[in-house]
Design a protein around this ligand. Structure first.
Ligand code: CTP
Length: 394
């Protein structure tokens, strides 16, 4: 199992087995998962915030009223690819079954729509109580995976079913869940993002407003689905994505060099970057004086996509076209002329899409329109494009 930078929320309930979750956290990290710990307030009686922060390298809070400006229950719910609740006490299971939201963890669980693994640990009497049995059945009926606790000696001195499972058993239950959406496992995804800058002199350049958000959304989506991801980023101000390799470039020519280096080891290329169509014929060595700064001779930049299409073997290439009018015929022409397999026609007729969180347009393949995309997040579009690429990859 490889985490590939996928995000796990480790919810910790208030049972003595909380200390065993420290080991679970470490093993998840060994497998490449990025883990945020969300303990319940009562679990801090067993393992404190300092331990979780030191082990995870991330800040740890238990209530929605801490760091309110971050709206953590929502940001964590959006960040998560998976949630593991270990240990899950009888009370925590009851609260989840009831849909309660009385601490940060239960809020995150309600706000997230990702696979959840519940790892119960409690006294056998509590595990076998009809209330717990009904609550566990409720969780399972909602698609939540609930492990069976192991049989053996308990902290109370009693013996029975209620022990926290061995870490290896939790990992193997989690592997099943984590592999279920890893349909890009073993695939290499190369993404260009941002906008190129073509130097006029040491200070000035020709550039554009592309933020890189759509490219980074594709990189994140591909990582979540198990791919090896490389980003060629042109002037992007976004934080690096943990788990992806990022190569920074400035101009179209630099991007072409890196693309040629990477393309042969690529399965899916997403050409999200906005590439300047032309560059100054010459880059001045020194700042151009005001009196000479009224005319710049330009030369056309190479079409990077067309260049790569000529090197193409089995790769699937996704192109993007930001157009001021929703012209399907033009999109189809561009797709064919550039040798792309998929083209997203990004409709920008109704305002500024740059730096926006949402997008709308239409997806095309060589066969014609594949799907109209109503206003949606860049993350959702990323998954739709990867679905289409995977379909064509076969
Ligand atoms: N592209 C490229 N090389 C260029 C320009 C664009 O590889 N020199 C890629 C972009 O990354 C994008 C696709 O081609 O995926 C379409 O970009 P767009 O700017 O719409 O294409 P142009 O050929 O520049 O068309 P237009 O004349 O409409 O500007």
């Amino acid at each position: 199992m490889q985490g590939h930078g996928r995000e796990v929320i480790l919810g910790v309930g208030g049972g003595i087995a909380a200390y065993k979750s420290c080991e679970l956290l470490r093993r998840l990290q060994d497998h490449g998962f990025l883990v945020t710990v969300v303990p319940t307030p009562s679990s801090l009686n067993f393992v404190g915030t300092a331990t979780w922060e030191a082990l995870s390298g991330r800040s740890v809070t238990t209530e929605v009223f801490q760091d309110v400006h971050e709206v953590r229950h929502i940001s964590l719910a959006k960040l998560a690819n998976f949630i593991i609740i270990a240990p899950a006490t009888a009370d925590l299971i009851a609260r989840i079954a009831q849909g309660r939201a009385d601490d940060l963890l239960t809020n995150v669980i309600l706000a997230a729509s990702v696979p959840i693994l519940v790892v119960p640990a409690m006294h056998p009497q509590m595990w076998n109580d009809p209330a717990t049995t009904a609550n566990v059945a409720t969780l399972r009926s909602r698609g939540i995976s609930v492990m069976e606790p192991e049989v053996g000696a308990l902290t109370s001195g009693d013996t029975g079913q209620g022990r926290f499972p061995e870490t290896a058993n939790i990992l193997s239950a989690f592997t099943e869940i984590a592999s279920s959406d890893a349909d890009l496992l073993g695939k290499r995804v190369l993404v260009t993002a941002g906008g190129t800058r073509e130097a006029i002199d040491p200070i000035r350049y020709i550039g554009n407003n592309s933020s890189g958000k759509q490219g980074y959304a594709i990189a994140r989506a591909a990582l979540q689905r198990g791919a090896d991801v490389t980003i060629i980023a042109a002037n992007v101000a976004l934080a690096d994505i943990a788990g992806a390799r990022t190569i920074n470039v400035r101009s179209a020519s630099e991007m072409l060099i890196k693309l040629r280096e990477e393309f042969s080891q690529t399965d899916i290329l997403a050409m999200t970057a906005a590439i300047a169509d032309a560059r100054p014929l010459q880059e001045a060595d020194a700042k151009i004086k005001k009196s000479d700064y009224t005319k710049i001779d330009l030369i056309e930049n190479p079409d990077l996509l067309a260049d790569l299409a000529s090197l193409k073997k089995d790769q699937i290439i996704i192109a993007f076209a930001a157009e001021s009018s929703h012209d399907g015929a033009e999109a189809q022409r561009k797709l064919a002329s550039k040798g792309a397999d998929i083209l997203y026609l990004n409709d920008i007729s109704h305002g500024d899409i740059f730096n926006s969180e949402t997008t709308y347009g239409e997806i095309f393949s060589a066969q014609g329109s594949v799907a109209k995309v109503a206003q949606t997040t860049k993350d959702t579009l990323a998954h739709q494009l990867l679905d289409q690429a995977l379909l064509q990859l076969g």
